[in-house]
Design a protein around this ligand. Structure first.
Ligand SMILES: Nc1ncnc2c1ncn2[C@@H]1O[C@H](COP(=O)(O)OP(=O)(O)OP(=O)(O)O)[C@@H](O)[C@H]1O
Ligand SMILES: [Mg+2]
Length: 302
């Protein structure tokens, strides 16, 4: 028998101070954050839409009913290291705080893909959705659930891909069935799929999404913001900052540093280079940027 522990990473229960901090540190995503908060709020707390309709129209408009029956699926698509996973894991912290509710984040493990044995992926995905549906029935709308399917292209590859294994096709069907069940049988569940390869996602899945958000590498202003944030306390003049922004921008390769290149690589390389006896300077940061080139965009074919 497959257990919850085998199919999911550890649950994240929100609100949580570390999620709040990770969310707050995401730069350049304000328009996505604002739209997502609204979408998520209405999917996770559908009664809010009814209350609004009653307040403003004195009746529950048919539009509200239609909206309530949209598949509760949102897709995060875009370049590597641009905050998709972090945002998916943390955005509901703000929703939880605003409405004084608990939200559970469940993360489907890549293990749910199985080993390729006939029928295995279908069974694993089916079981994963059964667990989410069961939990949602018990919790009701008092504790909504976010189900994250990260690297979704691994599970939801286009059924049109000619080389696709029969087993994968069955997995996509199981996924579509799961999402439809979530839409019709329970409320307060939102599925988020993240992918680097939106083109590889099955069109039947994309069509069902209530919204699709695009994530991209930081532009000049966003790189300036993240460099300032990362090196807070280090004296950087405006010409230093201009130089660092330039150095991390698109060079000959046509692509610049990703957020994670800066947060995970340049920052640690710089600290380690300065430690134990030197201070961090603009020159040292520039040197480390040259040593840590940007991650190439994801181009592998589905
Ligand atoms: N917009 C951002 N602002 C600040 N930090 C960011 C941003 N995007 C990513 N990071 C940082 O980069 C790291 C990787 O982010 P994350 O895993 O969320 O990216 P991703 O888009 O899911 O990448 P992948 O496509 O490789 O899965 C994290 O440490 C995160 O905090
Ligand atoms: Mg990710």
């Amino acid at each position: 028998m497959t257990t919850s522990r085998e199919l999911f990473e550890d649950d994240l229960d929100l609100p949580d101070p570390s999620a709040q901090q990770r969310y707050a540190r995401l730069i350049g995503l304000d328009p996505i954050k604002a739209r997502l908060a609204k979408e998520a709020e209405l999917i996770l707390q559908p009664h809010l839409l009814q209350e609004w309709s009653l307040r403003t129209h004195k009746t529950v408009l048919p539009a509200v009913d239609r909206l309530a029956h949209r598949p509760p699926l949102i897709i995060f698509a875009g370049d590597v290291g641009t905050g998709k996973t972090t945002l998916a894991e943390t955005f509901a912290d703000a929703v939880a705080r605003r409405h004084r509710i608990d939200v559970r984040v469940k993360r489907l493990s890549l293990r749910a893909r199985g080993t390729g044995a006939v029928g295995e992926m279908t069974r694993l995905i089916g079981t994963a959705f059964d667990i989410v549906l069961d939990e949602a029935r018990t919790a009701g709308s008092t504790r909504p659930t976010i189900l994250i399917i990260d690297e979704a292209d691994a599970l939801a590859q286009s059924r049109e891909a000619s080389q696709m294994h029969h087993e994968d096709r069955a997995g996509v069907n199981a996924l579509i069935r799961g999402i439809s069940q979530v839409a019709t049988e329970v409320s307060g569940v939102l599925v988020i799929m993240c992918t680097n390869r939106i083109g590889a996602l099955d069109p039947a899945i994309r069509r069902r999404a209530a919204a699709e958000f695009d994530f991209s590498r930081p532009n000049d202003t966003q790189r300036a913001a993240i460099i300032t944030d990362l090196f807070e306390g280090v004296p950087l003049s405006s010409s230093d900052l201009r130089q660092l922004v330039e150095l991390t921008g698109p060079g000959d390769g046509g692509y610049g540093h990703t957020y994670s290149d800066l947060v995970d690589r340049v920052l640690s390389a710089t600290c380690l280079a300065a430690y134990p006896s030197d201070p961090i300077t603009a020159e040292l940061i520039a040197e480390q940027i040259r040593i840590c080139p940007p991650t190439p965009p994801f181009t592998a074919q589905p």
